[in-house]
Ligand binder design. Sequence first.
Ligand code: GDP
Ligand code: GDP
Length: 466
Amino acid sequence: MTFTLALVGRPNVGKSTLFNRLVGKKLALVDDQPGVTRDLREGPGRIADIKFTVIDTAGLEMATDESLQGRMRKLTERAVEMADVCLFMIDARVGVLPADRIFADILRKKNAHVILAANKGEGRAADITILEAYALGLGEPIRLSAEHGEGMGELMDVLRPLSEEFEERAKADLSFAPETDVGVDDEDPDAPRVPTRAKPLQIAVVGRPNAGKSTLINKIIGEERLLTGPEAGITRDAISVMTEWAGPDGVGVPMRIFDTAGMRKKARINEKLEKMSVSDGLRAVKFAEVVVVLLDVDIPFEQQDLRIADLAEREGRAVVIGVNKWDTEDDKQDKLRELREEFARLLPQLRGAPLVTVSAKTGKGLDRLQQAIMKAYDVWNRRVTTAQLNRWLTGMLEQHPPPAPGGKRIKMRYATQVKTRPPGFVVMTSHPDLVPASYSRYLVNGLRDDFDMPGAPIRLTLRDQG
Ligand code: GDP
Ligand code: GDP
């Protein structure tokens, strides 16, 4: 399985030129018969060893009627839905135009995975556009020259992790037993490819052996598929299950749940059991969007739990802490207070992440767990506008100005969000090396609190700007 890359952007930014370069043929040649609406073109693309499918949305430059904008929007939306990632191109020689912002809005609304590229970037004139392009709030632009083949290395660098993720996913799909497929895969086989964002939410349930992971997943999918129980030697193969997890309002949310229990049980005889379950956990974390760290209320926050929670944070996943077997707890109020205190002390890096008590056995608390998962996912995808961010930054700087180490004044000028999933921000500053870690934490905590991103594994980069 390869991924699909859509080239989007207003006419004349160089989409077809890039398409030709990626596909290596003149497939995208303009069919300039009047009245012919060229549609999306697709071809096998390649940069070095990375292979993918490219979709070109060029072809509307011929349309001059007033429906141009509407048609372009539709075409772009369709391409975005078909693609796993969008290369949003602007023209570095002319700068960011209002029309570019329309495309940026479409991409944002569709919650697309976007790579921003400033094409025709071969000259000095491009420098200013590169800076301007940050303000689109779509991340760090890469500088390309489709015509001269420049920037292909950078494009390759950003595509590589995606390509690897797809290969891994393809492997997971192969080992994914079809009979565990519940509900969501019965779409029309002739229907166009499922848009990435309509894919089920990917969840991993991780935790120590016997925390109740299998019981929990069973409860969610409502069937005894994962074969829980204390007996040794239970084996099963599926590493993920698809389900529609019905919420409190009865509406099902498509989810793919990565199970680490099954793999662990297979290796149960192995005395390296603890180790095994951590590395299974690692694998699941890599696939997941939201990681549920399931704790056993009797032995919460063990070393192994802390390691996997920390790993999930470092991998940039949204994290929800589930405290299981809550049915066995008598003094619920005191215990909850104690758990919250321990959580804050032992996992400060997950400050604000939800902690939900559940009983996988009785099903109590699972609706709250689902809500917490969806909220965490939401936060993970949150986008803050550049205008909001800069108002915020001004306030933060006024409230608590950065120090002046050795008399050097640290001047923070500009902030922008460069990515989501998880949210990533860049602050342009003088002397980034001199900014103390405590000040970065002040900013990160401020972002979390002021933009309602509790528990988000926020990434903050300080970048030098004289
Ligand atoms: P599309 O409408 O977005 O598909 O744009 P095209 O690929 O048709 O390109 C529009 C024009 O920009 C053509 O004249 C291209 O030759 C030119 N062009 C494309 N890429 C580059 C580039 O990297 N540098 C320069 N200078 N011109 C380019
Ligand atoms: P896993 O190793 O994390 O997959 O854990 P299992 O799902 O196999 O559960 C381990 C043991 O804990 C089993 O005996 C379950 O019946 C029990 N268990 C799981 N969830 C709960 C719960 O919410 N309450 C109680 N009392 N027992 C539970």
